[in-house]
Design a protein. Structure first.
Lengths: 307, 207
């Protein structure tokens, strides 16, 4: 497959997949069960989800390994299964997507707070990420996706861990921001400027934001990033904040709404658009449709709409 | 008192050694423990809470100030108890069953302690029964439940149902990243707090 960075340089907009947790939940994952337990208990589910996103038009498919770093797995006494959990996740996606999509190895936060605010040593977090990264990269992911990070220092540790395993692998790094009267910040107080500069310096290839409070804020975040970096931007938004209706969790932002906002993300110069919590293959289908319209309107391999 | 102001300022700066030394000195100078608590530590934590709420400061600042607060509070607590000085009220808090995230819950605990409440923290992954059993045993009238995951927030309903089904007058306040006022209403919780500072405000109204 062609290098993802080359495709982006050529002006292509790539569509990534949507939520994993939401899909697992729909398929019977119980509250409180670690999502990664599915990898061992019910790996067919991983194929089913990968296929539904592939069919929806995603060309980047994530592995179910968000919480599969040993430090995080130790919460459930599963750290000794780190390699197995990561291996199965990659293999099952690979089996479904073949060469039709990039396999993106998901890596989320350790769930620990770094010293001096918390009690965890940076090296413990680094070693934990390194073990997961080694697993993902050795089995053959095309990309590493460090995501939902709220502490820039932790994101950098994950970046370094991935780079220590492979200099060549494409690394995506995204963080989660909240809107404040003074702009967007992570809960640890990192602003977009600092995040963009430090992630770029730290060796990321593609940076941006995921999760969050809904796609309208993501449009604002997407406009901010290019002011501080020359790297391609990725946006993977939640479908709003979940609400409880008749005993079920509902995310308020519809695929149609996502479609409208996708146009704005494209105008902001975003290179990869996908979804996070609450998004489904229906959301991805609409994103695909909108992106295709923009690509069709072009003709020269360059993007038509850039205001 | 100048020393109380110094305690408040040092707490805001997250200087735990200074808060420890100043609190010790204030006790030795014969100041009332309640006075040191209210006009030193709580005053400082109130300011920190307000700044965090406006996102003028962030989680790391709050956590450093919390460390400083404990450096003072740990010295005052035995004195307050031996003098029989009541706290603002008792509240049992914990992260909902199945959820192992406790940063937000800890923050709420810090802010409540910093406001003068007696906080019983049950930790994370707390079964619904444990909330109500502890509240009854400790004679607490309030239970605070936290969740970070959309996959675990539904377990909050079990805590509310358990308490309401018993006809207990214990009140439940909930919070956490995916939780909303609408969700709180839907499951029948008594209150919802958007953040730790709001939690303190609500709890003050509820006791």
């Amino acid at each position: 497959m062609k290098s993802i960075l080359k495709r982006i340089q050529n002006g292509e907009i790539l569509v990534a997949d949507g939520a994993m947790g939401t899909m697992l939940f729909q398929r019977g994952l119980k509250p409180g069960e670690p999502p990664e337990s599915v990898n061992m208990k019910n790996p067919e589910m991983l194929e089913e989800i990968a296929l539904s996103y592939l069919n929806a038009g995603a060309v980047i498919i994530q592995t179910n390994t968000f919480g599969a770093s040993p430090l995080k797995l130790s919460d459930y006494g599963l750290e000794s299964k780190t390699e197995e959990i990561n291996r199965i996740a990659v293999e099952r996606v690979k089996k479904v997507v073949g060469n039709n999509a990039y396999i993106s190895g998901s890596c989320g936060p350790s769930g620990k707070l770094l010293k001096p605010y918390g009690d965890t040593e940076p090296d413990d977090i680094y070693q934990s990420f390194k073990r997961q990264m080694r697993s993902l990269i050795n089995i053959g992911v095309d990309l590493i996706c460090i995501e939902t990070m709220m502490d820039l220092n932790e994101a950098i540790l994950a970046l370094k861990a991935a780079r220590s395993i492979s200099q060549a692998i494409t690394i995506i790094a995204t963080m989660t921001f909240n809107e404040t009267p003074r702009g967007f910040f992570t809960i640890m107080g990192n602003d977009i400027k600092t995040v963009a500069e430090k992630l770029e310096k730290g060796g990321a290839d593609i940076i941006g934001s995921n999760c969050g409070n809904g796609i309208e804020n993501m449009v604002k975040i997407a406009r901010e990033f290019p002011k501080h970096t020359s790297l391609p931007i990725i946006i993977q938004s939640n479908a709003g904040i979940p609400e409880m209706k008749e005993g079920k969790l509902i995310y308020s932002e519809t695929p149609e709404f996502f479609g409208e906002k996708t146009k704005e993300l494209i105008k902001a110069g975003v290179s990869i658009i996908g979804g996070c919590c609450g998004t489904t293959p229906e959301h991805i289908k609409v994103i695909r449709k909108i992106v295709d319209i923009y690509i069709e309107n072009d003709g020269n391999g360059n993007r038509l709409v850039r205001h | 008192m100048e020393i109380l102001n110094q305690i408040s300022v040092s707490l805001q700066q997250g200087d735990d050694e200074k808060v420890f030394a100043l609190t010790k000195q204030a006790i030795e100078n014969g100041l009332y423990p309640k006075d040191i608590l209210d006009n030193g530590l709580i005053t400082g934590m109130n300011i920190i809470g307000e700044q965090f709420r406006k996102r003028e400061i962030f989680l790391p600042d709050v956590l450093m100030s919390a460390k400083a607060m404990y450096a003072g509070l740990d010295q005052l607590k035995p004195l307050l108890i031996s003098e029989g000085i009541p706290t603002l009220g008792k509240i049992v808090i914990g992260t909902v069953q199945g959820d192992l995230h406790d940063i937000g819950k800890n923050l709420v605990g810090i802010m409540l302690k910093g406001a003068g409440f007696d906080v019983i923290d049950l930790g994370k992954d707390v079964p619904p029964e444990k909330f109500i059993e502890t509240a009854k045993k400790e004679n607490a009238k309030l239970v605070g439940v936290s969740a970070l995951l959309t996959t675990t927030m539904t377990n909050m309903k079990k805590v509310v149902d358990l308490i309401k089904n018993e006809g207990s007058d214990i009140k439940v306040i909930i919070g956490g990243a995916p939780v909303s006022k609408e969700f709180a209403d839907e499951i029948g919780a008594d209150a919802y707090a958007y953040d730790a500072a709001k939690a303190v405000e609500m709890v003050k109204e509820m006791v």
